[in-house]
Design a protein around this ligand. Structure first.
Ligand SMILES: NC(=O)c1ccc[n+]([C@@H]2O[C@H](COP(=O)([O-])OP(=O)(O)OC[C@H]3O[C@@H](n4cnc5c(N)ncnc54)[C@H](O)[C@@H]3O)[C@@H](O)[C@H]2O)c1
Length: 415
């Protein structure tokens, strides 16, 4: 099979968020693309050249405008030879997978797919989900059997706010129900990046999920060590740096673990493990430790500035990303309230909301007893914290991004 076979294919991308939009735009350099989303505002904005996630510029959208259409019309899905599903896969309140988006996307795709189409899931799911959960929906809605259409799984690894690892720069795992479908996927995905074929969909689902499980566990180890060394009166960073002079010590950083992937994926894997009667003790232990971090930081805040006026700088879930969903700063605010802090303000320059997590979000003025430098956005690098501090004020530098030497006369703590 060669390029002539895939050259005039139409790719439909379902869900135009952090994952779907950059992928659709990259593919539009080579194929006709239909971007489908249920969010009308998102589709209107994209048709007018605006990506509110700031992953894709107006110029980029202009360049490929003849090759891409954005729509909320589900009938367009039927035109796709390849249909890529990149809808959210969050957690339910009880930490079980919330598959409602994948379910509704599968239903609408099943209703419209044509014979021979390949449905590729890019949403992160637990091992087995594509074949056990999604496929029966596709078969039921399409009234076809697998083999009349095909399924694939190609997980996404992109990292919002990180231009060094954009879609075209990361190896893409690909897997499919049939060798001929895998070969088509290989040709198509190879147009935009390097591919790595997996022998089964379940192996690819598993590979994706453990990437984030590993990060969660490693950060949890450093979070626990940070809590322990703090009790021992040590500067954990000094200890970590010392250990890192050994050739095989891997230096992680303690911190708040937010976002849609790292705190979510371990629960997906654990869900599958429990379903087959396996107890994933170690995988979930990391989750518990990481969830304790906001409480630990709030207790340090109480020691440094009991009942003081607090300024939290940065509220999004990671630096340079204007996304408040799934940010652990919300948990930190709650933990600070539990510790009795009532006079708090947030400064999140990347969002225009006047209130964030129940606190006023505004450019800081006046003096504070405690500044929590929570998310070190690039745009904050010149902020003069020392001018915002009361005489005996203190700083908590959650990500250890401040120049410690600049604050050697100021009470300073970092996890
Ligand atoms: N954001 C990341 O950093 C990242 C990285 C790797 C993997 N992932 C995974 O990729 C998937 C998508 O994540 P995201 O961050 O792009 O989500 P997102 O919330 O940014 O975007 C999802 C989009 O899907 C749309 N949508 C929801 N249900 C739909 C439906 N039934 N039909 C059509 N559109 C629908 C929403 O309106 C939204 O625009 C998730 O499984 C996530 O775990 C995300």
């Amino acid at each position: 099979m060669n390029d002539r076979v895939t050259g005039n294919m139409t790719i439909v991308v379902i869900g135009l968020g952090y994952v779907g939009l950059p992928l659709a735009v990259k593919f539009a350099e080579h194929y006709k693309i239909i971007g489908y989303d249920i969010n009308k505002k998102r589709v209107t904005d994209l048709n007018e050249g605006r990506d509110w996630n700031n992953d894709v510029t107006n110029e980029q959208l202009k360049k490929i405008e003849n090759n891409i259409t954005f729509t909320t019309d589900e009938n367009e899905i039927g035109k796709g030879n390849i249909i890529i599903i990149s809808v959210p896969t969050p957690l339910k309140p009880n930490n079980d997978p919330d598959l409602s988006y994948v379910e509704s996307a599968s239903r609408v795709v099943g209703k419209h797919i044509k014979k021979g189409a390949i449905v590729v899931y890019e949403s992160t799911v637990y091992p087995g989900c594509t074949e056990e959960f999604c496929l029966p929906i596709l078969e039921k809605e399409s009234k076809m059997k697998l083999g009349e259409f095909y399924i694939g799984f190609s997980p996404e690894r992109m990292n919002p706010g990180d231009s060094a690892h954009s879609v075209d720069k990361i190896v893409k795992l690909i897997s499919a129900s049939h060798p001929e479908a895998l070969e088509k996927m290989r040709i198509i995905y190879s147009k935009i990046t390097k591919t790595h074929s997996m022998s089964s969909i379940m192996a690819a689902e598993s590979a994706k999920i453990i990437e984030n499980v590993q990060r969660d566990i490693n950060i949890a180890l450093f979070n626990e060590l940070s809590m322990l060394f703090d009790k021992l009166g040590l500067d954990s960073s000094e200890v970590f740096d010392g250990a890192a002079t050994k050739w095989n010590f891997i230096r992680y950083k303690p911190g708040l673990v937010g976002g849609y992937c790292i705190p979510v994926n371990p629960h997906y894997l654990a869900y599958k493990a429990h379903k087959i009667g396996f107890n994933p003790e170690f995988i979930l232990a990391g989750r518990k430790t990481n969830d304790r971090m906001p409480i630990f930081i709030a207790s340090k805040a109480k020691q440094l500035a009991p009942n003081g006026r607090v300024l939290i700088i940065g509220a999004s879930y990671k630096e340079n990303v204007a996304e408040l969903r799934s940010s652990r700063i919300k948990n930190l605010v709650e933990a600070l309230q539990q510790e009795g802090f009532i006079n708090m303000q947030i400064y999140e320059p990347l969002v225009s909301d006047q209130e964030v997590f129940g606190l006023k979000n505004e450019t800081p003025s006046g003096k504070f007893d405690l500044i929590i430098y929570a998310v070190a956005h690039e745009t904050l690098k010149d902020i003069q914290l020392e001018h915002l501090l009361e005489k005996n004020g203190a700083i908590i530098d959650i990500q250890r991004k401040l120049d410690r030497k600049k604050f050697d006369k100021i009470r300073y703590w970092a996890p």
